[in-house]
Design a protein around this ligand. Structure first.
Ligand code: C5P
Length: 232
């Protein structure tokens, strides 16, 4: 069996968690006793081929992260902390500049607030990106979608062509590096890494995401994540 491609994993964890309505950024919230960021870093560390993990953290939270790594016994030579930025994309941009990223074939970006991504999902994405140059996890939309203005429907959108997008998102290193070079130079941030790649014309390949790979955004998400962990 051939060895897996070398993989650098970037974990943007620089958010303030404003939408959650708590003083604690949501990446530090315990999910069934273990903070989301610890779960995300632990899973990242076990992905085959992973040689570096670069975590983007707000400057005033670095000590918090270091003590969590210590407390959960996951301090690892592969883990590096860099400064977060004022937008997710800026946090990722900082992480991409870490010297260890230049050494890897593939770069994965995975939100600290998605603690439930499985090893199987990581495997699908790494394989997809190895073949196609990029791979992101997507899910179909089950609700009917409408565009509205001032609480009035403007149109109904054909949901069959719409996908919900998750992380991890995996790219050949030179593709994501170039996408971020252009995006940062033009202060164009998007809401995920794929959008910066799309913007420079890089085709982005979709693989099946996972329903349970939720993004912890509201207290309800914590309930769902904990229920999932208890049942599994
Ligand atoms: O803001 P959003 O919910 O999309 O955040 C997704 C991920 O990006 C989270 O893990 C969050 O900590 C991170 N983030 C970041 N820097 C920011 C904003 C968000 O690293 N300025």
């Amino acid at each position: 069996m051939s060895s897996p491609p070398t993989l650098g994993i970037i974990i943007p964890a620089g958010g303030s968690g404003k939408r959650f309505g708590s003083t604690q950024p949501k990446q530090y919230l315990p999910i069934a006793g273990i903070p989301s960021i610890v779960r995300s870093i632990t899973t990242a560390g076990s992905v085959p081929g992973c040689t570096t993990i670069v975590v983007a953290v707000a400057q005033d939270q670095k000590d918090v992260v270091l003590s969590l790594l210590d407390e959960y016994g996951i301090m690892d030579q592969r883990i590096h902390l860099v400064d977060g930025g004022h937008e997710r994309a800026v946090s990722v941009g900082h992480a991409l500049q870490h010297p260890s990223i230049r050494e890897v074939e593939l770069v994965a970006v995975h939100d600290a607030v998605r603690p439930l991504a499985s090893a199987e999902l990581w495997d699908r994405l790494v394989k997809g990106a190895s073949v196609h140059g990029s791979a992101i996890p997507v899910l179909p939309v089950v609700d009917t979608l409408k565009r509205v203005a001032d609480d009035v429907i403007i149109e109904t959108i054909d949901r069959s062509t719409i996908r919900r997008v998750q992380t991890p998102q995996v790219f050949r290193t030179e593709l994501i590096t170039e996408a971020y070079r252009v995006g940062m130079a033009e202060s164009w941030y998007g809401t995920d890494c794929a959008s910066l790649c799309e913007r420079i014309g890089v085709p982005v390949y979709c693989v099946a995401g996972e329903e349970h790979n939720i993004k912890i955004t509201t207290p309800f998400d914590v309930l769902v994540a904990e229920l999932f962990l208890t049942r599994n």
